[in-house]
Design a protein around this ligand. Structure first.
Ligand code: PAF
Length: 279
């Protein structure tokens, strides 16, 4: 496995092995990342190349969030990539990625207005900017993203379409712990009690999905049910629970095919997100 720390080194890499499939990450790798890497290898084949980027992107953390304390287990991440048969690990520093006088950003202006974008202003501008840069630096044929960050996936597909990146975007279903909690690098912030109660998120999503399967069409009823289920966890503080159209991410009042129930909930200082397709 080649480990590259500079943009110049990455740009100088020949793309002898094709296709090249990239898995953009912020590190603190866990089993969901390993699933993304597995899907990337599957796409690349034995003769192709799997590249993982690890970069905790300051641009996508809003002021006062967890940028400083975001976990950075560098050695362990490198070891995991090696064991997962990754060909290339790109791990730049913030100074390497961003000039002090940077003044060009990539901004999606429609899909970013709801859900995470509403709660975290500037977040998707940061995500789009760094992903566009990673695409230019690593020149992949395909890139793999998890569906836990459903809105991110939809926005990146839009960016690729609107800016004509010749890159296939592959979505991977959310990987969960045995009790249903979606895998996330932030789960490690949870204390024992918070971790126990965090299972309410998946329960809420499943209860809501069951209700829609049983014929309920009112978005308000579905959202209320999810909120009530989460409310049973005494430590949960809901940021949002919203039902939106999975294509344009706009709120809907009546459940229809391809609707997305998405939520963000705090346990203590830790903010968790999850979602499910319903309808
Ligand atoms: O999903 C993530 O881990 C990040 O948002 C990404 C795509 C690596 C961009 O920093």
């Amino acid at each position: 496995m080649k480990v590259l720390a500079t943009v110049a080194e990455a740009l100088a890499q020949s793309r002898a092995k094709l296709p090249r499939v990239v898995v953009p990450t912020m590190g603190a790798l866990h089993k969901a990342h390993l699933e993304l890497i597995r899907v990337a290898r599957n796409y690349a084949g034995r003769d192709g190349e799997v590249a993982v980027s690890i970069f905790v992107n300051p641009l996508q953390f809003e002021p006062g969030s967890d940028y400083e304390r975001y976990p950075r287990p560098d050695r362990q991440d490198e070891e995991l990539c090696r064991n997962a048969d990754v060909n290339l690990l790109f791990r730049p520093s913030p100074a390497e990625m961003y000039a002090d006088d940077r003044s060009v950003f990539v901004e999606e202006t429609s899909l970013s207005n709801t859900l995470e974008g509403k709660s975290r202003p500037g977040h998707f501008r940061g995500v789009c900017t760094v992903v566009a840069k990673l695409f230019n630096i690593l020149a992949p044929d395909a890139a793999v993203f998890g569906e836990k960050d459903f809105q991110q996936l939809v926005i990146i597909r839009r960016m690729v379409r609107d800016l004509n990146f010749k890159i296939d975007i592959v979505g991977v279903p959310t990987v969960r712990e045995n009790d249903g909690l979606a895998c996330s690098s932030r789960n490690q912030y949870l204390n024992v009690e918070e971790r126990k109660q965090a299972t309410a998120l998946r329960r809420a999503l499943l209860a809501a999905a069951d209700r829609t399967k049983a014929g309920e069409e009112s978005a308000k009823t579905i959202v209320d049910l999810a909120r009530k289920t989460i409310g049973q966890a005494s430590l949960a503080r809901i940021d949002y629970v919203d039902l939106v159209d999975a294509k344009n991410l706009l709120p809907i009042e009546v459940v229809r095919p391809n609707s997305l129930l998405a939520l963000a909930v705090f346990f203590g200082q830790t903010r968790l997100i999850d979602n499910i397709l319903v309808g």
